[in-house]
Write a protein that binds this ligand. Sequence first.
Ligand code: ADP
Ligand code: 5GP
Length: 204
Amino acid sequence: MKLKGAILILSGPSGAGKSSLYKRLAQEFPDHYFSISSTTRQKREGEIDGVHYNFISKEDFEAGVNKGEFLEWAKVHDNYYGTSKAQVINALEEDKLVVFDIDVQGQANLKQTFPRHTTSVFITTPNRNILQERLGGRGSDMNNVIQKRLENALDEVRSLANYDYLIINENLEEAASKLLCIARSAFCKVSLYEMESFLQNWKK
Ligand code: ADP
Ligand code: 5GP
């Protein structure tokens, strides 16, 4: 499989600001593809099927798993989430930056599948209290859902050593500008190049 694009993974506790930062990145980096995951979780107010996620039933999710349609999938906060294979491979072949908002399990799997292409960023709040405030302030989840996400947050933060970059999202503008720099650098990684063909081309 000869892929040319680059992979940028955003992970971090729910409420840390991944979607907000992705929105900023999308404005500045038009030539990218956002990997739309499939999920069995309930749609939040304001979310659009096919834009934020493909919202599907547990039965359809399991059928997708059995047919090998996912590059990776995981159970996160009691719901299933999976990355669709075909669109991601297409986008990489088109030399795009492919952006993922996936959890720590998904990051580990993708890093193993695409070690040369992957750049990963862990996004978090400065502390747990701020995370709690943001989850409450977002106003999109029930209290028990927020509680579950807070409980899982510490375990997620413990995985940050497996990432290339850390963004502490205190000030949104500053964090967005750091993410843009990382996205640009993701395309400059030596590991994206196949050395033999690079050298053949260079010495012509
Ligand atoms: P995630 O996608 O990681 O779950 P969101 O992007 O939905 O997180 O952000 C959670 C909430 O925090 C939203 O209400 C968002 O507007 C707010 N938020 C994000 N970044 C900041 C920031 N730097 N300062 C204050 N509020 C923020
Ligand atoms: P949310 O329900 O807040 O949108 O997402 C919950 C968690 O699931 C977040 O950590 C998000 O990054 C993760 N997630 C979303 N899509 C996928 C996916 O396709 N695979 C994996 N492994 N995690 C995902």
